[in-house]
Design a protein around this ligand. Sequence first.
Ligand code: BG6
Length: 466
Amino acid sequence: MGFPKDFLWGGATAANQCEGAYSEGGKGLSTADVMTAAAHGVPREITDEVVEGKYYPSHNAVNHYHHFKEDIALFAEMGFKSYRMSIAWSRIFPNGDELAPNEEGLKHYDEVFDTCLQYGIEPVVTLSHFETPLGLLKYGSWENREVIQFFLRYSETVFNRYKGKVKYWLTFNEINVMSTKPWMAAGVHSDDEQVRMTAAYHQFLASAKAVQLAHKIDPENKVGMMYNGHLAYPASSDPDDIQRTNEFMHKMLFYSDVQCRGYYPAYKLKEFEREGIVLPIQDGDLEELKNGKVDFLSFSYYMTHVVGKNSPLVFTGLNGVKTGYTNPHLKMSDWGWAINPSGLRHLLNLLYDRYQIPLMIVENGLGADDKVEEDGSIRDSYRIDYLRDHLQEMKNAIDLDGIPVMGYTMWGPIDIIAASTGEMRKRYGFIYVDVDDQGNGTFKRIKKDSFTWYKNVIATNGEDLN
Ligand code: BG6
């Protein structure tokens, strides 16, 4: 009983939220590099290019690009078995459409992976985490089928280069974010459902082809999909609320249905028929989707939603899902996310019942405004409470429900920029980074109380969560 012996304990980051060095080492701009930070209730702004005088948090972030050795050494000190991170596509192909890769970018990740392996840390690598090369916008980004071949050139390059160093890959981070924040998911600036569904279709195809390529290049490769773990409860037992909740879940689960089953589910095809949405299917595509099913399903989990008969099902703007309901039984994080540990067990069951493939939790954590005490300590007992309760539910899912969970990588083991708001103030880490919302600070790394706690969790393979 308990966690499997080879359980992949660790942490997860994304290049655009931690690396900084946005124009160093031959890197090109990405969609993340033209997003400002939210301030005083005004959401993040997306500019056409980098505008002088505006503050773009990805440009320096927490400077992991230059601090990665120190940061990974701290992860190793906590006993990490895995580090989920992403490659910035525009470090390898600065504009996205070059014929040859940028050697300096490739070398950088060689060093990152070598550092991980030196400590026995298994890299789990996301190919595309909210940062399409900006140079691909002239093609229409993911709305254009041509972008698939650029993504495959990039994928093939990194699969070959890091063969033997990386065996766990994720194709698109939170692919269902296409339905909530399409700019982040795909460099697509539209609330139009046809546009979103066309871009998603191209990503499904690209992912399916990448899965096959990864297996061909190295049969040891395991490729997963990554689902933004939305879970919704009906607002009441009113059958109309329940029906709406099913519709909401279908809006999200159709992404994992396609990637885990290899075909579009009937409910989605019927919706397309009703809405007049046409998929740009070409000969052989459906075969590719079938042959490119993922090996495992990874997902993020932060909160649950409540859905009622009047909840909207089309999500607009950068701020993501708004259902119009709050859950009176749950506490909220400082950023209004409903904290629901048992929902994690629920979701693990739902996903395993549906697909029967191994699962991995690749994001979970609490964004909070940490305070550095006068003695320099950071007493983040609220973070420990949040994580402990979620880990307990994951343990229940393994022990009591028999769910095969491969690993758990807590989100943002070191403080990084928040994706939804671009703030630094919304911190997740076991390790504090001395930098503020304007990018000022010493960038010094400081261990929080949760650092020691997580170290003990891993050392006892999750037996001692206290
Ligand atoms: C997930 C993303 O949606 O949530 C991460 O994959 C993101 O990139 C995380 O950082 C937490 O969200 P936020 O907005 O608090 O950073």
